[in-house]
Design a protein around this ligand. Structure first.
Ligand SMILES: *[C@@H]1O[C@H](CO)[C@@H](O)[C@H](O)[C@H]1NC(C)=O
Ligand SMILES: *[C@@H]1O[C@H](CO)[C@@H](O)[C@H](O)[C@H]1NC(C)=O
Ligand SMILES: *[C@@H]1O[C@H](CO)[C@@H](O)[C@H](O)[C@H]1NC(C)=O
Ligand SMILES: *[C@@H]1O[C@H](CO)[C@@H](O)[C@H](O)[C@H]1NC(C)=O
Ligand SMILES: *[C@@H]1O[C@H](CO)[C@@H](O)[C@H](O)[C@H]1NC(C)=O
Ligand SMILES: *[C@@H]1O[C@H](CO)[C@@H](O)[C@H](O)[C@H]1NC(C)=O
Ligand SMILES: [Zn+2]
Length: 521
C-alpha cells in the first residue's frame, strides 16, 4: 500500500472512533505543548560531538508536505520537535537566492561567498582561479576546526562526494563544476580539481569517513550498469589517475586501518572495531533516487545506512567527532519538478536523523538540522484535511480545470502546464495523469530550463549543547559559529581555557587577599 493511502486511513481513525476535535481537544493539545515548552532547560555543556544535517533545497513547505506524506497533518518528522529553532537568511554575496556551493560555504565555513564558488570569500569571482589560490582568500571549514581539536570527522551524502554541498568542507575553488580535471580549463593549472583536493590535501585526507557517490570523478570508470550509469550532466575523470587507490596508498603509508567499500555487500562486511578510515563510493554519479535505488548486494545503501555506518566509526573517538550528513537529492527532485521524489527523499532524510538520535547522547552532542536554500515548490490551498498531498486540491474557479495541491512556481519543459487548443492556450488537466507517481512532474507557472532555487529563509532546528543559540532570524553563516562556540573549536578553540585562566587568576587573587587579611590579624 502506498504511504499516502495509509495516511488517509490514519486520518479516518479519529472520525471512526468518534474523537471530536472540539475546544476541549485543542485545549489539551495546547496544554501539553505548554508543559513541554516550560520544561526546556538550556544545555550549556561543552559539545563533545556535533552532527550537522543539511536537507538540500528543503524549504519549509517541503518539510510540511513531507510530514503529511509520511504520517498526516498532525505528525512530525524526526527533527521537528527539537527544542530550539531559528530562521536563516540564505542570500549570498551576489544573489538573492544562493546556489548550493556558496550556501554550504556559509553553513560550514562561516563566510558568505559568491554564486557557484566554494571554500573562498568574496574576493574570489566565478572562474577566477588566481584569486582562489592565496590562503587569505580561502576559508577553513568546521572539518578543519574539529580536526585541529583532535576530533574525528566525516561526511556522508546522497550526491557525489565532490558535489557542491560537501565541497566547501575540504576544498577551495572559483567554480563548483571543477569536480575533476576534465571540467577545468587547461590553462588553470594553478588550481586543483575538487576530487584531488579531497584525496590529497588537508583536511580531506584526514577525514575518517567519506561516503556517497561520485566514482566518475575519482577514477576512469569502465564499468557501468543500467542502475549505475555515468552522469552525463557532469564531467568525468580522464587523466588516468585513480584517486581511490591514492587514498588507500596514503592510509597504508600512515599505517592506518582502512576500508574501501563500493556496494551493500562490502558495506555489510565491515569490521567496525578494526577500521579507522572508511571510503564508501557507491555510484558513478549521484546515488540513485530512493524510489529506484537498488538495495540488493550490488546496490547502494540508504542515507540512514550510511549515517549509521559513519557513526559506528566516529563514535570510537575519545575526543569526540563531527559528522555532516547531506540529503542531497531533495534538491534534484525539485529541480525536475518531481514532488513525490522530493517528499520521499525528505522522509529518508528524517529516517537518517531518527536513527542518529538513537545512537547519540544529546547531553554532549549538538545536533543541527537545516537546509541550504528553499525551492520553487508551492503548497496550494483548499484541499480537504487528510487528502493525498500529491493529489488534486479542487477545480480552478477560473477555468474549471482541476489543480494539484503541490505545484511549482518555476519549472522545466516537463512541468509545462499549458497547451494550445482552438488557438487558445488552456491548462492541461492534471487528472489525465496519476499525479502521485514518482515520475509525474507537477505543473509550473513559469517555464524556464528547470525549477529554480527559492530565496526564502530556511528553518534551523537544534538539540543539545548550546542549541538555544539558534533562536531568531540569523544570517546563514552564523551556524558554524554556534558549532565552534558549543564545541570550543575553531575561532573559540581557546575560550574554555580562557575562562579557566580567569578562574585561576580569581583564585590566585583570593589567596593573596586572604593571606594579607590573615597576616593583618
Ligand atoms: C523513530 O524510530 C523509532 C524506532 O524505530 C520509531 O518507533 C519511530 O516511529 C521513529 N520516528 C520517526 C519520526 O521516524
Ligand atoms: C569492473 O567490474 C569487474 C567485475 O565486477 C571488476 O572485477 C573490476 O575490478 C571492475 N573494474 C573497475 C575499474 O572498477
Ligand atoms: C529492499 O527493498 C524491498 C522493496 O522495497 C524491500 O521489500 C526489502 O526489504 C529491501 N531489502 C533490504 C535489505 O533493505
Ligand atoms: C487560429 O488563428 C489563426 C491566425 O489568427 C487563424 O488564421 C486560424 O484560422 C485560427 N484557427 C482556428 C482553428 O481558429
Ligand atoms: C502524463 O502522461 C503522459 C502519457 O503517459 C506522459 O507522456 C506525460 O509525460 C505525463 N505528464 C507528466 C507531466 O508527467
Ligand atoms: C589557541 O591557542 C593555540 C596555542 O596557544 C594557538 O596556536 C591558536 O592559534 C589559538 N587559537 C585561537 C583561535 O585563538
Ligand atoms: Zn542546494
Amino acid at each position: 500500500m502506498k504511504l499516502s493511502k495509509v495516511v488517509v486511513l490514519v486520518f479516518l481513525v479519529p472520525v471512526i472512533i468518534g474523537i471530536k476535535e472540539d475546544k476541549k481537544y485543542w485545549l489539551e493539545v495546547a496544554e501539553k505543548e505548554l508543559k513541554d515548552s516550560l520544561s526546556y532547560a538550556w544545555n550549556t555543556n561543552k559539545a563533545k560531538n556535533i552532527v550537522l544535517f543539511v536537507g538540500d533545497g528543503m524549504s519549509s513547505d517541503t518539510i510540511t508536505a513531507s510530514r503529511i506524506y509520511r504520517s498526516g497533518e498532525d505528525s512530525y518528522l524526526a527533527w521537528e520537535r527539537f527544542p530550539h529553532i531559528g530562521l536563516l537568511k540564505t542570500y549570498n554575496v551576489d544573489k538573492q537566492a544562493p546556489d548550493s556551493a556558496s550556501a554550504a560555504t556559509a553553513l560550514f565555513c562561516g563566510v558568505k561567498a559568491k554564486y557557484n564558488t566554494h571554500g573562498v570569500d568574496a574576493n574570489v569571482a566565478l572562474n577566477d582561479c588566481e584569486a582562489s589560490v592565496p590562503t587569505d582568500n580561502r576559508v577553513d571549514s568546521i572539518i578543519n576546526w574539529a580536526q585541529a581539536a583532535g576530533k574525528s570527522t566525516g561526511f556522508v551524502t546522497t550526491t557525489r562526494v565532490t558535489h557542491a554541498t560537501p565541497a566547501p568542507l575540504y576544498a577551495h575553488g572559483p567554480n563548483r563544476k571543477w569536480e575533476c580535471e576534465s571540467t577545468m580549463p587547461i590553462e588553470e593549472s594553478n588550481c586543483k580539481d575538487i576530487a584531488r583536493q579531497l584525496i590529497e590535501n588537508e583536511p580531506g585526507k584526514n577525514i575518517k569517513v567519506i561516503m556517497g557517490g561520485g566514482r566518475q570523478m575519482l577514477q576512469t570508470v569502465v564499468n557501468t550498469t543500467e542502475s549505475d550509469p555515468i552522469d552525463t550532466w557532469a564531467g568525468r575523470r580522464r587523466d588516468g589517475r585513480n584517486l581511490i587507490s591514492d587514498w588507500m596508498a596514503d592510509k597504508k603509508s600512515r599505517k592506518a586501518s582502512f576500508s574501501v567499500v563500493q556496494n551493500n555487500e562490502e558495506l555489510a562486511e565491515i569490521n567496525y572495531d578494526k577500521i579507522d578510515f572508511l571510503l564508501g563510493i557507491f555510484a558513478n554519479g549521484h546515488i540513485p533516487m530512493d524510489y529506484k535505488r537498488d538495495n540488493g548486494t550490488n546496490g547502494q545503501p540508504s542515507l540512514e545506512e550510511m549515517t549509521v555506518a559513519a557513526l559506528k566509526i566516529l563514535k570510537k573517538s575519545n575526543n569526540g567527532f563531527l559528522l555532516v550528513v547531506e540529503g542531497g537529492l531533495i534538491d534534484f527532485a525539485h529541480h525536475r519538478g518531481h514532488a513525490a521524489q522530493a517528499l520521499l527523499e525528505t522522509v529518508r532524510f528524517s529516517d537518517a536523523i531518527n536513527a542518529t538520535l538513537g545512537m547519540i547522547n544529546a547531553e554532549e552532542t549538538l545536533v543541527i538540522v537545516t537546509s541550504d536554500h528553499t525551492h520553487s515548490l508551492a503548497f496550494n490551498g483548499n484541499s480537504r484535511r487528510g487528502s493525498d498531498i500529491l493529489g488534486i486540491a479542487e477545480d480552478s474557479k477560473f477555468d474549471k480545470i482541476p489543480y494539484t495541491t503541490l505545484s511549482y512556481s518555476t519549472g522545466g519543459p516537463n512541468n509545462l502546464a499549458y497547451e494550445v487548443s482552438n488557438n487558445k492556450s488552456v491548462r492541461k488537466n492534471p487528472n489525465e495523469n496519476d499525479t502521485t507517481q514518482f515520475t509525474y512532474s507537477q505543473q509550473a507557472a513559469i517555464i524556464t530550463d528547470e525549477a529554480h532555487h527559492g530565496g526564502g529563509d530556511v528553518a534551523v532546528y537544534a538539540l543539545g549543547p548550546y542549541a538555544h543559540l539558534l533562536h531568531t532570524t540569523h544570517e546563514q553563516n552564523f551556524v558554524p559559529y554556534v558549532v565552534a562556540y558549543a564545541a570550543k573549536i575553531g575561532p573559540y578553540a581557546n575560550s574554555s581555557s580562557t575562562s579557566n585562566k580567569w578562574s585561576l587568576i580569581f583564585i590566585g587573587n583570593f589567596l593573596v587577599l586572604f593571606t594579607i587579611f590573615y597576616t593583618a590579624i
